[in-house]
Design a protein around this ligand. Sequence first.
Ligand SMILES: Cc1cc2nc3c(=O)[nH]c(=O)nc-3n(C[C@H](O)[C@H](O)[C@H](O)COP(=O)(O)O)c2cc1C
Length: 388
Amino acid sequence: MEYITAGESHGPCLTAIVTGVPAGLPISEEHINSDLARRQAGYGRGGRMAIEKDTVRVTSGIRFGRTIGSPIALEVANRDWENWTDRMAAFGEAPRDLVREVTPRPGHADLVGALRTNTDDCRNILERASARETAARVAAAGVAREFLAALGVEVMSYVVSVGDAAMPEETMADAAEHKPLDIELSEMRCPDAKATIAMKKAIDRAKSDGESLGGTFRIVVCGLAPGLGTYATGADRLTSRLGAALFSIPAIKGVEFGLGFQAAARPGSLVHDPIVLADGEFRRASNNAGGLEGGMTTGMPLVITAAMKPIPTLMTPLETVNLDTLCVEEASKERSDVCAVPAAAVVAEGEVAFALANAYLEAFGDTCMADIKANIKAYKARLRTMGR
Ligand SMILES: Cc1cc2nc3c(=O)[nH]c(=O)nc-3n(C[C@H](O)[C@H](O)[C@H](O)COP(=O)(O)O)c2cc1C
């Protein structure tokens, strides 16, 4: 299952095409729209989110609420387009009063993109490098999420820290216990009420200082079959694929599996998870590995923590160099989020869902849901005989 997106931040719409989706998978428009709404939410978002009200329009691949095995095309409109029709027109001449973007923002793709593509207008870069693109990803990921849900797999995420405001430390077992409702009822998508308040305060402070903030979030996936992925080839280890998927998200600068960096400071006996046999199933007494061993799922919850850097657009901008005059100036200000960690976590859920969906398709077939489910059932029955 693969997706590609197209579309600029202030163009007419964002488009995603998902290929490799098996036939017979129920898809709910409401589920996709609810993920789009979750991506738009979170304390600290900028003015753009007040303009947009993202909903999906499906133009192919689904009939009467089920996939038919053909590519699925999805569209999310940009309401802001009506304010940009002349400045973002596909054809014709640029307006006479067009203001080019010539003061690239440190931390964004503006400068290097302009150098690389030989343009004197950073708008050509920032329109696509903008994380507005992640709305199309979330729509596309809705398909992967429905696939996993049909197999009893649940993907969730929550915010762990924003700047220096953080939830209390927790074990990997604690991580799998949070209730989705507690997360979604928090304006920070954080299940800890005290931490939510501290994070909001940190964002208020950053906003009044013209600053921005990053943070960390956790992805938890429950219900996975053991043995997804492979130990056999480096690029196909599930660990590699999940890492690549998460690092594809703008501003994600760190990914930890299970205990992650903490494991490096502990002796082996306090890191590795003892193997136990319970009710004829091989399980782990703990889950420090975060559900992955040897590039494969262990069957324990998958727990991944990711770090997002602070938003590059600053209302008190850093210095930059004007591309026309070559003089030092303040970097440009584009309407912007102060903090987008809750939203990035929703985007990350989708990326993780795609990587996991592919691991299932590779292991159990990729043509129709009935065959895939039958293959999983046979696999699980075989595993039970091994635990006897
Ligand atoms: C959900 C989400 C929302 C974002 N919102 C903004 C924003 O409003 N302003 C901004 O400057 N960067 C924002 N970013 C971060 C930039 O897109 C990102 O830093 C930039 O594309 C450069 O890529 P890099 O950080 O991976 O080097 C956002 C990222 C995500 C994932």
